[in-house]
Design a binder for this molecule. Structure first.
Ligand code: FES
Length: 169
């Protein structure tokens, strides 16, 4: 009889432990589902590319973040593609190696510094980070930093003719 009670107690404890494990798993799943997504699109965190894919002397456009990635002194910088004058999208000109705004002619270096035109400052920047899980570059489009004031940083020399001068746009 004593053996029967022990077996019964053992089975009851086993049942209790199993139920507890199921409750913990359910709570964990619910908590995980309620967490905000890591990437949210423009206005939040945008997943970009592998950090080593950002060229040393060129740019990479990340359309989802409405920005360009480039390297400045070995650091990756995300530049907002919105002109700091009146907000036009500023394309990159391959021949000059500069950003040239088609609206009123503002020009920015590859690093985003002000070069010429009516823009009040250099191109605005977004903070970047490296994802701990995937090693990819993330652009935080939710916290824009104002671009540098004109003359606050040395300007890269143009690498060739301007697109505006060549009528390429
Ligand atoms: S909007 Fe770019 S120069 Fe005016």
């Amino acid at each position: 009889m004593a053996e029967f009670i022990q077996r019964r107690q053992f089975l009851a404890r086993l049942w209790g432990a199993g139920t507890g494990l199921i409750a913990v798993a359910a709570a964990w799943t619910s908590w995980d589902l309620l967490q905000p997504l890591r990437t949210t699109g423009f206005g939040g965190l945008v997943r970009a590319i592998r950090p080593e894919a950002v060229p040393e002397t060129g740019i990479v456009e990340v359309a989802a973040a409405r920005s360009y990635l480039t390297q400045v002194d070995g650091e990756t910088v995300a530049l907002s593609e919105k002109c700091t004058h009146l907000g036009c999208r500023v394309p990159y000109c391959e021949s000059s190696g500069r950003f040239e705004c088609p609206c009123h002619g503002s020009v920015f270096s590859r690093s985003g510094e002000y070069v010429a035109g009516p823009a009040p400052r250099g191109m605005d920047r977004y903070p970047t980070s490296i994802g701990a899980d995937d090693g990819l570059l993330y652009i935080d489009t939710g916290s824009r930093e104002e671009g540098p004031a004109p003359g606050s940083a040395p300007v890269d020399d143009a690498t060739g003719p301007s697109c505006a001068a060549e009528g390429q746009g």
